[in-house]
Unconditional design. Sequence first.
Lengths: 279, 583, 532
Amino acid sequence: MSSVITETAVTIQVDGQEVAVPEGATILDACDAAGVETPTICYGPTLTPVNVCRVCVVELDGSRALVPSCSRPAEEGMVVHTDSERVRHSRKMVLEFLATGVDVSQADELGQWAEHYGADPDRYVPGGETMDEPVRVQDNLYIRDYDKCVLCYRCVEACGDDAQHTYAISVAGRGFGARISTEFDVTLPDSACVYCGNCVAVCPTNALQFKTEFDLRQADDWRPEDQTVTQTVCSYCGVGCNLELHVQDNQIVKCTSPDDHDVTKGNLCIKGRFGWNYV
Amino acid sequence: MADLHFGEDQPTEAERAAIDAIVSQAEAATVVETERVVRGGRSRRRGLRHQLLPVLHSLQHEIGWISPGGLNGAAERLGVPPAEAYGVATFYELLRTTDPGHRDDVVHVCVDPACAMAGNDDLQASLEADGARVHASPCLGQCERAPALFIQGVGRPDQVPADDDEKFRLPQAGDPGLRVLRRVGVVDPTSLDSYRDHGGYEALAAAIEMGPDAVITAISDSGLSGRGGAAFPTGIKWRAVADEPGPDKHVVANCDESEPGTFKDRIVCEHDPFAVIESMTIAGLATGAPHGWIYIRGEYPRATARLEDAIAQARAAGLLGDDVAGSGQRFDIEVRRGAGAYICGEETALFNSIEGFRGEPRNKPPFPTTHGLFSQPTAINNPETLINVLDIVIDGPDAYRSVGTERSPGTRLFCLSGRVGVPGLYEVPFGTTLGELLDVAGEPTGDLSAVLLGGAAGVFVGPDALDMPLTLEDTREAGATLGSGVVMVFDDTVDMEAIVVRIAEFFRDESCGQCVPCRVGTQRQHEVLVELQSSRQPLAPQRAELIDDMALAMVDASICGLGHTAASAVRSALALGLIGNSQ
Amino acid sequence: MIFLWGSNAREAHPIFFHHVLKGIDNGARMYCVDPRYTSSAQFSDVWVGIDVGTDIALANGIGREIIHAGLANQDFIAHSTQGFEAYAASVEPFTSEAVAAICGIPAEVVVEMAHAYATADKAQILWTLGITEHHNAVDNVLSLCNLALLTGHVGRWGSGLVPLRGQNNVQGGGDMGAIPNKFPGFAGVDDPDHRARFETAYGRELNPVPGLHLTLMFEAMERGDLRALYVIGENPADSEADVLHARAQLESLDILVVQDILMTRTAEMADVVLPASVAWAESDGTVTSSERRVQRVRPAVSPPGQARHDIDILCDMAEAMGDELGPRDPEAAWDELRSLSAMHGGMAWERLEAAGGLQWPCPDEDHPGSAFLHGWLWADDLEGREPAPFSALEHEGPTEELSEEFPLRLTTGRALDSYNTGVQSGKYDSPLRFAGLDLNAHDAADLGIADGDQVRVCSPRGSVEMNARVVSSLPRGLAFTTLHHPELIDVNVLTNPDWDPKSGTAEFKAAAVRVERIATHQTAATAGASVG
């Protein structure tokens, strides 16, 4: 996160409840502190907020439009409403909008919120535009299924300024035609991609999937409920990156890294992310 | 090898030359000093990034498209990752990233309402019959002389066939009430001396005499507010920038008017460019900002040339540069061309565009006065706003307030188009009624059915609004807006459903795609209206509800003004019964 | 201010490099000293491409310039260091012009680096094997330490000397005493006080004679003094310099026992192979990272077949030899270390469970761990220690000089997607993989070699065939290959076994070679020597 959190406390009101948060904290942090759950899509704890999905919007007294809670710093005396008619409406519409054009079937959290807010993606004009992208399987490490892409920018951030500084992908095009893309949509092996998989790790909808997961899903054998997750340390260089090994049937099926670890902040390199299959 | 990875495609000689014309190899992001010393790094790359759009323009102009090799060459020269350069190139209407297969000029024909009413389809058909490469374009900013054309040259200058000084005449020429337009059509826009003969640069001298604080106080006292659409008080904006510490501050003239129906910046910049330069200079000295930028839309070749020429003359005369007019202060101006993106008129999108990023608006706060161009304090104003400053500085705020109303002092420019007597740019005092304004423009051409106020982002009003005084406060009360000063008139022969569908399509096309409410909302809104248009049925109640639901989400949850206003015209047309009835 | 010196951290330590990038984004300037224009160098403000093995000359030249420009930190030198006068005298011949001639770089860059480093508010020197895989590795390191002592860029938050460990637990091995001359906690075996402490704890007499490090072991094998070898998790049959010679020594042993997780080339040569579990994914324990951070590893999957945990194998071995090593429990082993090593004393097992672990020294359970070392240099009383010594060092180039017969310098290194001899990393399908020789375009043209041609690389020790790739990252006269694919390219047949008596490391970074084209691209492509 870009914000500097100091010890000075700021008190704001969330749904009538006074909460004190450190200076530099966001409204979202204050909602968390107040025990108010907030839907998020583009927000990631290790990423600079881009506030593009707008699902975390809240009503702020004195502000004409709703404000994104993930990026708006909490200021002394703010009065915030997270469950007003306007907030519920905009959140519902964002979830509804996404479901009209994107395959959100593997975005579990999104689905739960859509249900919570009563989103009804079926009430739109039949035959409307959708993402309509083929699955890109270009190597054996991860796949890109942009039918599932909600354009949250998280992969772009993880590939770029927020972690990896590789910039293999960007948003290309404009409006509804905007897509995450390499230059001229060249394949990943022809791009700058270094296969750190940090984009996959931050994708909220499974548009980016490890190939192992993709293959198991194709075989209808992806069983998260049967998986264990074990935290350990990478076996390669001496940096000490923490790994979370996801194991199904005594086989490692994917590898992630904890967001709250000082060294990795959720990130890995190609070796740590993919170099485990000798086990 | 990881990271800056430029693929196999190399730029051709011509592409290399096009890149060299903007940034030479010696200025490149990575300089091979000797076989054993290379200078580069991220800070150097950051410093060059703002040259990306000019380099892409150069490639587009010389080659006719941005090829993979050309993109690689540009990316390597500037140290920009190719994926990001591609993201930027694909953002703009005037840049092509697929091979057009020819090197012919591209003829852009406007398809927005004023031109639609003026028979753009016939024009397009005849051009195509003549073998021209025609491209349907959003508003080209020439609504007073619709249907509009813009010829995007390949290897030769861009052209607007209608640009002809001989034919240009301000409808109100000679009217003693003109303020902002006083010199337009009178002064020789290519001559600093002529500008001086008409009182030019007296205001700068007066401003230097007064000092920054007094200038800003006068602006505040005058009640001047922004003329780009948001009507923010100019004095407050300038004061905020002046109060920011440090020398890295900017003044930006936002000449990216792309609001359908708007053409005032074009006329002002073409016919009174020195006034834009002088007023920016005053803004620079008043706010302590040494860096001036003009961002002008890419479809305005002549205005761009005139501004560049005026800057060169002013610089040569010591009116720009390290010591402006003996003030001891530095101020200079760079001109940047947009490349066909309505959204870049939004101030923070404009900053991103100059900086070499996709023209996506930023969330506010923070505001430009503290985090503007290059995240530094920035005063950004419309040319009309800026030119008002000249009179305020010379005559004082009281004289300025002698016309207009208490809350809307001064005059206002209006862009009249459509079924109006004489389309063109008009200046009237705030408080003039809509009916009086239309009367100034002469006999109407048909039975007025509606007026689009404020452009595509504005609202339709009916004949009952003719008595409405054109002030910020009266329009706001009526649920309307003056916006950028668009007054587009429709009579009962116009197919309003087609007009409204096109407005919805315009927002769909121009949404940057960043935030969900606008990206999807503008798409779905357009789909509902197309369905309505093809059904030839009255609007079903659940569709009306959907339109309202979408509108509310776009207004409440979009990042910027584009989303906030994308449903205004549609909903006002429905409310007025212009569309949605069975036909 | 960062000197990245002899390290391609972007590829060899990618997540560490994220932190470097954060510094660069926040305005840090970086000089990258490396014979190759690496992917790390792409992020540097200035890349300085010195000749292989001329690091001491450059460091001495920078030191001399700092002294002559009056930029040395006199207070720090007076208070915290010793031996300055001798050092200053030793660097006197290293004028920037002299350094330029030795290193093959412009003289101005030497001056520029000196000023940039000395005037920085905070400065770090980061290095890896580019410094240490030389016959004078320790001197190379000391030459960089001199710069930190000269300027006081050490022992403070944000300033320091950062050697990057190449392996995930090489530090932990040292912590645990897996060094020939140290007990756990870096206590010298030849120190009677320490020895007495360990003898009490272990209840037996301990050998006071330091053991042999790997390079000395091979010499002992050659002499016939060392006849039995027990190798745990190491692949010397691929990784040693002048590997043909090393293999011959391994062949000559009376008995070779290899304990490993996979059938390495060394395991294939063994008389007995003890299949082990994968330490980081199949068993419990700790590892210590490059920044002295002790963290827990945990079993995620159960070991296959007859593979067993190292601790069980070792305890069984001991039992078979009639001894008892204590409980077969990682936590108990850890607690034993804590009881014997003060710097680990505060690292209770439960504290290590928390994400992030702890960095030693951590003497007691309330201690938060130490983010950096050598803060004592800034203490008024130096915490009772001796001032830090400068080292007067001579420049010596690589031991193997270029000749008419072997005119090219071959250096070896790492690539992002692979690790050491590829035993583990070779098993996944990396789209980035390349096995072959990198050549400068001019050299390739002179030799009539085109991109993709198959070539033979010969050194005084042997020859190896591989594909060639023409790259822009190498200056003229330098060739590069990785050590990752010994099954395809037996690169250590070529490398120079001359080693540093102080560290035991061979001069992997500098061999003299000759390159000859043997097949064109088309023929080579069907030969399939390139993987991935």
